[in-house]
Design a protein around this ligand. Structure first.
Ligand code: BG6
Length: 510
């Protein structure tokens, strides 16, 4: 049988190359909690190319030793595979701290000198990965200074790439502005916009499930699927001073614009022509372009529910109301929960709603996609009572990563009675090991030059168009739709249940 030549290409391209990773905003949470533990775990797996160095670029004054000790502390607590002193000692030798203001051009010139020294020590390899992990208000400064100091230009036969963390803008105009600065500084092909949900193993498995198996794709359309649900539940509120950022953002911008619309695109897209970055992203962006947009607040109100948590209890602990949280405006009109009925206007999905919900302070942390199939024709078994008739395919993104299929089965015994049963696949039991963290995969891909799991410019901007219409109805119209409420520790507001009930459907119990 002939194989697709692109695939062989991709497999060989997937090896990460030695480089220097410069992290802007290196004293922040992301570096400590995610980036450095991810690099350490890549090293622990033996996958970090020799010669990779890390330079932390930030404003606070500190020595290399102090910086390394702080990172070590964090790694001890957070590393997926535990912390081993000897391995850490080897790995951390490659970490340096570079103090500079983000606006100070001199700091970039001295960075350039440092990188040149590394290149010389590395036998002339000049690959650079600039990672923007600072507060987003500094992104412009950093990018423009990288350009002014010519650090954006590939040196020798090396490459120069940029990874941009979220939030990627706060609406379409700010995202377009950031995109124009990014594109002024780096080629689009050297730009890696992070959406860490795309790095999750289970999200990557959506394409494999759909296109490497013969049995799902023929059913994957409006003839056989009744509706799809995407739920992202979190059992935390505004911990660690997050209220300040969150209150300006809200659930819709914080998680739907990026993570949940990305998951939706993977579920809804057509099969790509090949597995190249653009092959996949071309198909995802078509889905985003087909999302039905709402032009007036009444349409938004009938398709989108927003809500805030009131005081309650989560995991047996008293939880304050959203408006009482640290750094949250006591009169805030920012949603900590959102539920949407999304329609995709294309041939495959016409008439199939995608119900998407995201909430903080819900009873547990869980993200899943459930595909609810239509009932079989009402003959033969339709007169028999049964609790749930529809086949449901559940893709558990996290935790307990896996996939299950609900179907009806005969209950053993002389009587003909039936009951829903589950066929269940768990990553852990099937593969005997925990999945790598999303950031591990994404860092490796950026070092390898594979942008498949990163958002392209048009994806980000198209997603913002959809979100902006809703934000506009909420914040700029004369008759903004109401803000519903739910007690912390519950599964969200009654209004979100009503949204499905109007269509004779219910949210899946998680
Ligand atoms: C971030 C959001 O992008 O994703 C957070 O800003 C959210 O509000 C987080 O909690 C969730 O990520 P994960 O991987 O823990 O599901």
């Amino acid at each position: 049988m002939e194989t697709n030549p692109f695939r062989e290409d991709l497999v060989s391209r997937l090896s990460p190359q030695p480089c220097t990773i410069v992290i802007f905003g290196a004293t922040g949470d992301l570096t400590h909690r995610k980036l450095v533990p991810a690099l350490y775990n890549i090293a622990a797996d033996g996958d970090l190319p020799p010669g990779v160095r890390v330079v932390g670029f930030a404003r606070r004054d500190k020595s290399d030793e102090v910086f390394r000790a702080e990172l070590e502390n964090a790694n001890r607590k957070l590393s997926r595979q535990g912390h081993h002193d000897e391995l850490w000692a080897n790995f951390s030798r490659s970490i340096r701290y570079h103090r500079s203001e983000f606006q100070d051009l001199e700091g970039y010139h001295s960075l350039a000198k440092l990188l040149k020294d590394f290149d010389a020590q590395n036998g002339g390899t000049c690959n650079r990965l600039f990672y923007l992990a600072s507060a987003p208000e500094f992104f412009d400064d950093i990018l423009l200074h990288l350009k002014e100091s010519a650090l954006n230009e590939a040196a020798g036969d090396g490459w120069s790439r940029v990874v941009v963390e979220k939030p990627f803008g706060t609406d379409l105009p700010t995202a377009q502005h950031l995109n124009s600065v990014v594109n002024l500084t780096f080629e689009e092909s050297d730009t890696y916009r992070i959406d860490h949900y795309l790095g999750k193993e289970t999200a990557q498995n959506i394409m494999v499930l759909r296109f490497a198996n013969a049995i799902f794709e023929p059913l994957w359309n409006n003839r056989h699927i009744d509706h799809v649900q995407i739920t992202c539940a979190e059992n935390l509120g505004m911990t660690g001073g997050r209220g300040g950022y969150y209150d300006k953002s809200g659930a819709l911008r914080d998680m739907v614009q990026n993570h949940l619309l990305q998951l939706l695109s993977l579920v809804a897209m057509e099969q790509p022509t090949d597995l190249s970055a653009d092959g996949v992203r071309d198909e995802k962006v078509k889905v985003l372009r087909s999302l039905r947009r709402w032009s007036d607040p009444a349409e938004v109100a009938s398709n989108v529910v927003r809500a805030q948590y009131t005081a309650g209890a989560v995991d047996g602990q008293r939880a304050a109301a959203y408006r009482e949280e640290d750094r949250v405006n006591p009169e805030s009109m920012t949603e900590s929960y959102v539920a949407l009925r999304i329609l995709i206007d294309n041939w495959r999905w016409s008439g199939v709603p995608f119900y998407v919900r995201m909430g903080k302070q819900l009873p547990k942390k869980a993200t899943e996609i459930s595909v609810h199939f239509k009932e079989p024709p009402p003959v033969l078994f339709n007169v028999m009572p049964v609790t749930a008739r529809k086949n449901v395919l559940v893709i558990r993104i996290q935790p307990e990563e896996g996939i299950s299929l609900r179907m009806l089965s005969k209950i053993p015994g002389p009587a003909l009675r039936m009951e829903p049963v589950k066929m269940d696949f768990h990553y852990k039991t099937s593969f005997g090991k925990a999945s790598p963290e999303a950031y591990e995969r994404l860092l490796l891909d950026a070092m390898a030059g594979d942008a498949t799991l990163f958002a392209r410019r048009d994806e980000v901007e198209t997603a913002w168009k959809f979100i902006d219409d809703i934000e506009h109805a909420w914040h700029q119209s004369d008759e903004p739709p109401p803000m519903a409420e739910y007690p912390a520790g519950s599964w969200g507001p009654k209004e979100a249940d009503d949204l499905l009930q109007q269509d004779n459907r219910v949210w899946r119990r998680i």
